[in-house]
Design a protein around this ligand. Sequence first.
Ligand SMILES: *Cc1c(COP(=O)(O)O)cnc(C)c1O
Length: 392
Amino acid sequence: MKELFSQLNPPRRILMGPGPSNVHPRVLKAMATPLVGHLDPEFLKIMDETQDLLRRLFKTENQFTIPVSGTGSSGMETCLSNLIEEGEEAVVCINGVFGTRMADIVERNRGKLTRVENEWGRAVPLEKVEEALKGKKIKLVAIVHAETSTGVLQPLEEISRLVHEQGALLVVDTVTSLGGCSVEVDKWEIDACYSGTQKCLSAPPGLSPLSFSERALKSLEQRKTKVPTWYLDMSMVKKYWGKERAYHHTAPISMIYALREALGLIFEEGLENRFARHHLNHRALAAGLEALGLEFLPPQEERLSMLNAVRIPRGVDDTAVRSKLLSQFSIEIGGGLGEFKGKAWRIGLMGESSTRANVLLFLTALEQILAEEGLSPAKGGAAEAASAVYRE
Ligand SMILES: *Cc1c(COP(=O)(O)O)cnc(C)c1O
């Protein structure tokens, strides 16, 4: 039993899966700074700074923009359980695992669910949403901006127009997109959206940045029944983050330090620079993967830059490749989810993990491992194809 008392010593990994991503030392250091009380005047300042930075990141003036205590799924649960009451109609767009999760949450809240099902690996077309909205009194439409299970980017502007024409609320999952590509809450008129700290924000998992529009807040005020979950009832949590500073639950202080520091790093880099970095590293990785003969799930114009989903070549052992990447190169990538289990790899280039060095090391490692697995693409071709993109 002696080992239980020895110091914890997890390995250093290159995190290139669907999250968590690597964390900057400044963020880890922020977490090791002294604890203060959750109502300490100095902590209240840090809360205000965090909210200001989150508004800048979400590109919103929404007063109610806070980090919910919990991972990305807690933000999902917050939006849906605060905005849907028993018997109200919700449309959920499903083209991957996270749309499926949203539908499950609507049902648990006894909403009347309409599913807009679409092929996995493709964006949801406008017409399908239009069809689902016809002749119904819909309370909200929920959709995933960056579907991490398939690597698909969902265009939102036209869908938003449609949703608001019908007087419904638009709920958007920006867990994987926020901090890696443009998310425009006010311009796209998103009523409620949520994210997660461990993807493109490059902080540990544990908080879910969330923003509610005035329309969403009004809908929350006008509920006939209490929000079924006490912990995630934003009408109460709002009073802690707002002027009242009323105790609801103890804020996860060190996680809020981490988020505040991660947001500082984002604005130090600059949003546009950050998005361009994600895009460039994606293009280089894609060139390398294609040189190895790997095919992306989504067509080029629908691909995410922070998550690259490719089909596993026929005859190649999924688990063997991923465990070699981990044991020999300390690189983590993700396997497929849902209908792509065993059929796809998900290679993340999120936040701090999106670097040229990671792209080149990963391609070299994968090429070597695929050769050992009996696939023999041109030697050195992958890293060379990626380097050509960087030289452009
Ligand atoms: C990761 C993810 C979630 C869930 O977040 P957790 O932090 O795992 O709870 C939800 N939606 C999308 C699109 C995600 O990528």
